[in-house]
Each structure stands twice: as C-alpha cells, then as structure tokens.
Design a protein around this ligand. Structure first.
Ligand code: BDR
Ligand code: CA
Length: 308
C-alpha cells in the first residue's frame, strides 16, 4: 500500500489527482495540504475540502499552508482555472473543517512519525515543502519519495514554458521554494511540461471519463471541458494533463521512463525567473521523460469508477 501526502493548489488537474488517489483502495491518504497557486489559499483550501466531501472521504484531514510564496508576490492562474480554481464546475459544500495545524508543521510531524515510508505528491508551488525543510532541515529526506509536478526540461534545452516564455507555472509561482526542494537531498522525481505534454487533454478524453458514470468521473470530465474552454480562448485546442501524472507515477511507474539528472531553477528576477535548466554534475532528481498516455488515462478511469 502507499502511505501518501498530497500538497496541492486545486486547480482542475490537482482535483483529478486527488480524486484518483481517493479512488484507490491501496492508497492511504494521510493528509492533504494546500497552498497559494492556481487561486488564493482560501479558495484552494475550500476546493480540497469540497473534493473530499464529493468522494465521501471526510476522514482525510486538510491542512492549510502558505498564503504566499517565500520571497516573491503571489501569482494566480485564473485564465486557466477560473478565479476560484475549479472553473465553473459545481461541487458540494465541504462538511469537515480545516485542521488547526499549519500544513508545513503537519508535514514535518507526519514525515518524522513514519521515516522512509511516505510518498509526497506535490502538485502546486513548493512553498509548503520548502517551509518544512527550512523549519526542520533534512526533513524532506525522510520521505520515501517526493514526486513534483513542475518545471519544463527537454534534453538539456529549455522548452517553452506555460506562464512565461521560459517558465512553467509552479516553478514561476515560487522559484525560491523550488530551489530549496531541489537542494534538499531528497528522493525527488520531477514531472515537467516536457512530460505532461505527452499526456494530452482532448474533448474525447473528457468524454471517456464522463462515460465512467460516477459523480467523481462526471466532475473530472467537467473540469477537463472547462479547462479546454479556457485554453481554447487562448488559442489552444489541446491541453496537457499535468498533475495526475504524479499519482500515476507513484501507482504505476512502469507507465513512465526517467533518467537521473541535475536540475536547477533560476531565482534571479528577470525573464528567466522560474526557468528550470539541466546542468552537469551530481544528479538531484529522477527526471521523468516518457509517459504511456493511454496507460495514465486507464489508471485514472479505473480509480474514478470506485468513487461515488
Ligand atoms: C501546473 O500549473 C497549474 O496551473 C497546474 O495545476 C499544474 O500544477 C502546470 O504548469
Ligand atoms: Ca497544480
């Protein structure tokens, strides 16, 4: 089984990730922590709670985390996810209150209680993970693995970002936190845009999810349709299924290919802020380079079938 922690900023693709985890009987979800990111912290926290209510899983605690990045000002992504983070997709009112403990403290407590056992999935800006590492240096090394969606790398050459011409959203939203996590010496897997662009979002994929028939699957299909509507207005007809690749990598690593690499983030303000670059030197990540697109969708589909 997979003792798991999900740090997120839901966010339509974060939502699909969380529901996929909840649909798996072999995932023991120890906690969900929220961060500023696609929307302000109050919205992402509300969304995480509402998703747990949708899945009938109010046993899972939600911890609110960072209101803002370590150094820079917050940036949100309303053009992709709507101002509230989940577009126009309706969700139930959350029934369980948020925990009193801060996300970074809860993550430290949990990692120290089960050293070497917990997989941490990080699908938003990395502020909470960086705060945990700053408060207790070395704590991220207690994770069994940390799977991060962030950055954009292709064979050593930077590829176009999705937020600036050079930066991916999660790295751009808190590049200093990303830097802390890259330097923590943890067992880190990195899923960047170079990978997630291999797992495309299309109307057909949304229809396939809807056909599963559960409320959770309908919600995920509606989230993909809302996302496609929004990127359509920006002139794109095909999207990328970013965050769910983290859950798929944990649950079915055979669907992916990776290589050891050394990756750094640009933290100097300017046009390269948040850019990720592969450099020579000792590897600090498993850089995920290939994905089996149908396999990833198959895994999500089966998980959503198990939910209400
Ligand atoms: C990442 O940015 C967010 O908008 C998505 O939720 C994903 O985590 C993709 O760049
Ligand atoms: Ca996200």
């Amino acid at each position: 089984s997979f003792p798991t922690w999900h740090d997120c900023d839901p966010g339509s693709d974060d939502a699909i990730t969380l529901l996929t985890l909840l649909g798996r009987s072999d995932v023991q979800l120890l906690g969900v922590s929220t961060t500023h990111g696609n929307a302000p912290l109050s919205a992402t926290t509300h969304n995480a709670r509402a998703l747990l209510t949708l899945a009938g899983r109010d046993d899972v605690p939600v911890y609110a985390g960072a209101l803002a990045p370590l150094v820079r000002e917050p940036v949100y992504a309303p053009q992709i996810h709507g101002v509230g983070g989940l577009g126009n997709v309706p969700l139930p009112e959350p029934t369980r209150p948020v925990q009193g403990e801060h996300a970074a403290l809860a993550l430290i407590r949990q990692l120290c209680a089960q050293p070497g056992e917990i997989s941490v999935l990080a699908t938003g800006p990395l502020t909470n993970l960086a705060l945990a590492e700053r408060l207790r240096p070395g704590v991220l090394r207690e994770a069994r693995q940390i799977i991060v969606m962030g950055g954009s790398l292709e064979n050593g050459a930077p590829r176009l970002g999705n937020t600036t011409p050079r930066a991916e959203f999660n790295t751009y939203a808190d590049p200093h936190a990303f830097d802390v996590v890259l330097k923590a010496g943890a067992k880190l897997s990195l899923i960047g845009l170079n990978l997630t662009r291999q797992v495309q979002v299309t109307r057909q994929r949304a229809q396939q999810l809807a056909a599963v028939g559960t409320a959770a699957a309908h919600t995920c299909a509606a989230l993909l349709d809302d996302y496609l509507d929004r990127i359509g207005k920006l002139g794109q007809s095909v999207g990328a299924l970013h965050d769910p690749c983290t859950a798929a990598l944990m649950l079915a690593p055979e669907l992916f290919g990776w290589e050891a690499a050394r990756v750094v983030t640009m933290t100097d303000s300017g046009e390269r802020l948040g850019e990720t670059v592969r450099v020579d030197g000792e590897p600090n990540v498993q850089l995920v380079t290939r994905a089996d697109e149908s396999g990833v969708y198959g895994l999500i589909t089966e998980a959503l079938r198990q939910l209400p």
